[in-house]
Write a protein that binds this ligand. Structure first.
Ligand code: SF4
Length: 289
């Protein structure tokens, strides 16, 4: 469905969190660094504190370790029975869009939902009393536009980091040397569980990737992403300035690819699919596995 799609009677979407519903139980909520920072702001703590208390895998996933509720499924760490979301003002994109999902290919984006009826009808049947609205009205009402723009920026960053891994492999002489260890590591990381990949990347790089403080203008997502990308760029440049041997280039290519894959998971992508795609691309440019 597009943003102009009119939602039908049975498709009505909740204007606000209805406190007893399906959306905060048994889900997997992935996070980008802006979402992590906004959650922390809503909680009144730093992104690092929020990450350490309420997230898994270095901050790419919200922990669902609350009391079981709807269908006996565990609730989100930010869900309070009888109240709802404790971080409503900073809730992430997936929560703002629920029960819609978002797919983006190139410049085109689509909104989707699973099944014939919205799950809200089962968990929060009161939604049928809400006024009908278009998808774009719903998105606006949820304040999701900035979060969508940030998500797209981080998707671009993910591609830029992967491009860096490609350059180190293909433009340093590494691939031409007959290297056969870099691509297998890309594949291994693509198949790795998130906890193993975050451990492999190390605390310092995971922190650089996921933790960035909001400025005083906390709703200015452009300045947030710009300053975060600049600080990552400077860390990459420092790393690259120390490379000497082909082994160093391989290790740096693996690091950048691992960071791109880890970030991709936080953005809702499937790292194994991406790794397979990127390995195939590298091979068409002469790299070997
Ligand atoms: S962040 Fe809030 S809205 Fe999102 S799943 Fe957790 S409790 Fe629900």
């Amino acid at each position: 469905m597009t943003s102009n799609t009119k939602l039908s009677y049975t498709d009505k979407l909740p204007l606000t969190c209805t406190r007893t519903g399906t959306c905060c139980h048994g889900k997997m909520v992935r996070l980008n660094p802006w979402e992590l920072a906004k959650l922390a702001e809503a909680k009144g703590i730093t992104p690092k504190e929020f990450r350490n208390l309420y997230c898994d895998f270095g901050g790419i996933q919200l922990r669902f370790d609350g009391d079981p509720g709807w269908k006996d499924l565990a609730s989100c760490s930010q869900y309070k029975p009888g109240f709802g979301c404790k971080v409503h003002s900073g809730r992430p994109l997936v929560c703002r869009l629920y029960p819609l999902g978002r797919q983006k290919q190139g410049e085109k984006k689509h909104y989707i939902h699973q099944g014939n009826d919205f799950p809200c009808l089962e968990g929060c049947p009161d939604v049928v009393k809400l006024p009908s609205m278009t998808v774009s009205q719903y998105i606006e009402g949820q304040g999701a536009q900035d979060y969508e723009a940030v998500q797209d920026s981080y998707l671009e960053l993910m591609q830029d980091i992967a491009d860096g891994a490609f350059s180190l492999l293909l433009e340093s002489g590494l691939s031409e040397s007959g290297d056969k260890k870099t691509l297998p590591m890309w594949r291994k990381m693509g198949d790795e569980k998130p906890e193993a990949l975050s451990k492999r990347l190390g605390v310092q790089w995971i922190d650089r990737l996921m933790l960035h403080e909001l400025s005083d203008h906390s709703n200015d997502y452009l300045s947030f992403t710009e300053s975060h990308f600049a600080s990552l760029q400077s860390a990459f440049e420092e790393k690259l300035s120390k490379l000497e041997s082909l082994d160093d280039y391989s290790e740096a290519s693996v690091l950048l690819m691992g960071l791109a894959l880890h970030l991709s998971r936080g953005l809702g992508a499937e790292p194994s699919d991406l790794a397979t795609h990127w390995i195939a691309t590298a091979k068409t440019h002469g790299a070997s596995e």
